[in-house]
Design a protein around this ligand. Structure first.
Ligand code: FAD
Length: 427
């Protein structure tokens, strides 16, 4: 039986990052059901992420603007200092796998994790190709994690279902602008059409919808094709489009319960470690996992691998709390749609704490539409717009109005702007 300090399930960003870090001091084995370097996802990150992780060689381009374009044709968002890096997803995974191999990490590709049992040496890991022994098992198998579900480590609220692809031969107006296209308001259930341009003729583009269940891929594929015909801008952009690679997946909306049980730690999408309204799990890996790895190494050295110790390794820093606070409010609101005061309170707290307009926009734009619509309508029935505006910082009000318009009647926009302009007359 092969014996390791650490066995990691999954060679996605979370698993590979941990493998390359932990292998500096410990023996590591990675099991991956597909081949290492494969992924159906792609990643946009921050410039700090790129610098801190020395990923300059994996950046494809840096669009300078990111906008949310609503069905009225209005655009919100704006310039991004230094641009928004889009990462070559295969290159980064291959780079990390290469680093891990240099440190003698064993990779078992085309190998499926089946189950684990505790034994004297720690954990006995059963896979489709045999049994492995580990002191610590890390589950980084993504949103389909069996362990997270079996041991009640996450509570499923829902999923953002995505489908699209990397295309060439496109006709893109502005290759320097990431567009979250919300022209689709009246054509449910699809919410957003995203365009991440790499050049004038090449882009990642996909549909995005949120619901309590996963939408099957073939259904998403059908929607994707239908919407190209329905949305005025898309036929021109997609006329001669040639698919290079399909892109799809589910971004989990989880409420985190616990990140570890004895000798087993879950990471990445498996753990809901990405604030669910944010959809930036790769960004979180780049931002936090170095620190997590240092803490895990300490616990491995001391052989303190019980659930409490392991849980401490993935404690999130303060700065991420806004996102998780929103997650908690949102999940509470989803369970108790009648308690709009609580939602309002949450909004109040959040509106004072949002550290960036962009972030606020992302949070709102990705929340469950039906529930938010209900909450926002009841909010507006219970409180006047003037009262709501009192709670929100001035700079967040237009954003609030615009985001609400996606969920409410069109006339709301005009009314809200009228009140807003009265409250804050243009000088
Ligand atoms: C279309 C799309 C676009 C995205 N865009 C962004 C973005 O711009 N920025 C950003 O920060 N994040 C983005 N995300 C989110 C990000 O991709 C995820 O948060 C991230 O990939 C999570 O990494 P992970 O390693 O936890 O899981 P995954 O990437 O899902 O990797 C899990 C790995 O485990 C393997 N596996 C699963 N089950 C088993 C098993 N039983 N045995 C062995 N192996 C197994 C899988 O094959 C896979 O390789 C996007 C997601 C999607 C779907």
């Amino acid at each position: 039986m092969e014996n390791y300090d650490v066995v990691i399930i999954g060679a996605g960003p979370a698993g590979l990052f941990m493998a390359k870090e932990l292998s500096k001091d410990f023996s590591v084995c990675v099991i991956e059901k597909n081949n290492v370097g494969e992924t159906s996802k792609f990643w946009v990150v921050s410039n700090k992420n790129v610098r801190d992780n020395r990923l300059e060689d994996c950046v494809i381009c840096r669009p300078k603007e990111c906008v949310y374009r609503n069905y009225l044709g209005n655009e919100f968002g704006g310039k991004i200092k230094e641009g928004n890096p889009i990462i070559d997803e295969h290159k980064v995974l291959e780079k990390w796998a290469k680093e891990a191999k240099k440190k003698k990490v064993t990779f078992h590709e085309k190998t499926i994790f089946q189950k684990f049992n505790y034994n004297r040496g720690g954990v006995k890991v059963s896979t489709s190709k045999g049994i492995l022994q580990a002191r610590l098992l890390i589950d980084a198998s993504g949103e389909s994690s069996k362990i997270a579900k079996k041991y009640g480590m996450v509570k499923i609220i829902g999923y953002h279902s995505t489908y699209g692809g990397l295309y060439e031969n496109l006709n893109i107006d502005n290759p320097d602008k990431i567009v979250m296209w919300d022209y689709l308001k009246k054509s449910k259930p699809i919410k957003l059409w995203l365009i991440y341009p790499l050049s004038k003729s090449k882009a990642y583009t996909l549909i995005y919808l949120t619901s309590s269940k996963k939408y099957p891929i073939d259904k998403l594929k059908r929607y994707f094709k239908d919407y190209i015909k329905k949305v005025s801008y898309l036929p021109r952009m997609m006329k001669n489009a040639k698919l290079l690679e399909s892109k799809f997946g589910y971004i989990p909306l989880y409420e985190r319960k616990k990140a570890a049980i004895n000798r087993v730690l879950i990471l990445g999408d498996a753990a809901g470690l990405d604030p669910p309204c944010f959809g930036g799990g790769f960004y979180i890996v780049l931002s936090l996992y170095k620190k997590f790895a240092e803490r895990i190494k300490e616990k491995l050295k001391e052989n303190k691998l019980n659930s409490l110790n392991l849980q401490q390794c993935v404690k999130l820093p303060e700065i991420y709390q806004d996102n998780f606070l929103f997650q908690e409010i949102l999940s509470y609101a989803m369970r108790n749609p009648d308690k709009e005061e609580l939602f309002l309170k949450g909004m109040e707290v959040l509106s004072n704490r949002f550290n960036s307009r962009q972030e606020a926009k992302l949070l709102f734009s990705k929340a469950e539409p039906k529930i938010l619509a209900k909450l926002i309508s009841s909010l507006i029935f219970s409180y006047s717009l003037e009262e709501i505006f009192k709670l929100l910082p001035k700079e967040n009000i237009p954003l609030f109005i615009e985001l609400c318009t996606r969920l409410l009647e069109d006339s709301f926009v005009e009314e809200a702007y009228e009140i807003f302009n009265k409250k804050y007359p243009k000088k």
